[in-house]
Write a protein of this length. Structure first.
Length: 266
């Protein structure tokens, strides 16, 4: 899948497990051929040594966006346990797994199509955000257990928005669809999606667990989405347009989205 947008179309995702006290790749800093988002599933990570964002510690649920061609890395596990991190891109898997060592040459900005004032990397960290009540209606049981909370990071310049959602036990969000698609990264707990598969027993729906990722195309309606008896937290990409709690229009679904993409040809 060479399409650059990582939410409008099924993306490519690579998951790394990096032992404590080690870095990946061993060759040092690198760049990727397409824009990408790293999401930490567990552990503590830094993403390089050159800029403030790269030195920040990213914990579970935190994200790090990087523009194609921007030097960063290596990914370093600065914690005491295994680091599990995903990297997502609209490119094919080869572009994700074949890191380009900057010793081979860094991409030039000497191209009239390149805007050098744009942001090249951005961190989305819980330490810098704040939680607010999720606006959906929730059951008395859910609210008594602690309710559902959002932490949103708006799009800034050419960087995408990111949303985190924290659920108490036995909560749900009603039927809806995402106008520009969505990617869900499960941080802990188990999440279910009514409507993904036909079933008369809601709990027979496929459960998504820690480290799993679910993509939903623009305009696909489903719901409710819910968890079980354990709390849950997710990181979400694709909130450029808020979810719509109604049926999508009938017929072929048309979507429009304005974004900036960068690609490096090697």
């Amino acid at each position: 899948n060479e399409r650059n947008d990582m939410v409008l179309f099924p993306p490519s995702i690579t998951k790394f497990t990096i032992p404590a006290g080690t870095s990946h790749p061993s060759s040092g800093s690198y760049y990727l051929s397409n824009d990408a988002v790293y999401v930490v599933i567990s552990g503590n990570a830094t993403f390089g040594t050159d800029t403030d964002d790269e030195q920040l510690v990213h914990e579970y649920g935190d994200a790090f966006w990087v523009m194609a061609g921007a030097s960063h890395g290596p990914i370093t596990n600065v914690g005491d346990t295994d680091l599990v991190v995903t990297v997502t891109s609209g490119a094919n898997n080869r572009a994700l797994t074949m890191f380009t060592n900057e010793a081979d040459g860094t991409p030039s900005d000497d191209n009239p199509s390149v805007d050098t004032t744009q942001t090249t990397m951005r961190s989305y960290r819980q330490a810098e955000g704040s939680w607010s009540l999720n606006p959906s209606d929730h059951s008395d049981e859910c609210n008594a257990n602690g309710g559902v909370y959002n932490m949103g990071f708006d799009a800034i310049d050419n960087t995408p928005p990111v949303l985190r959602v924290k659920w108490a036990a036995n909560c749900s969000i009603p039927y809806h669809y995402h106008p520009t698609g969505a990617l869900y990264y499960i941080q802990y707990g188990t999440m279910y999606f009514d409507g993904d598969y036909a079933s008369s027993d809601p709990m027979s729906e496929t459960g998504f667990n820690m480290g799993d990722v679910r993509w939903v195309r623009p305009g696909f309606d489903y719901g409710p989405e819910y968890n079980g008896a354990e709390p849950m937290e997710i990181t979400v990409l694709g909130t450029d347009t808020p979810p719509q709690f109604a049926s999508p229009p009938e017929g072929p679904f048309k979507v429009q989205k304005t974004s900036t993409c960068t690609h490096v040809y090697n």
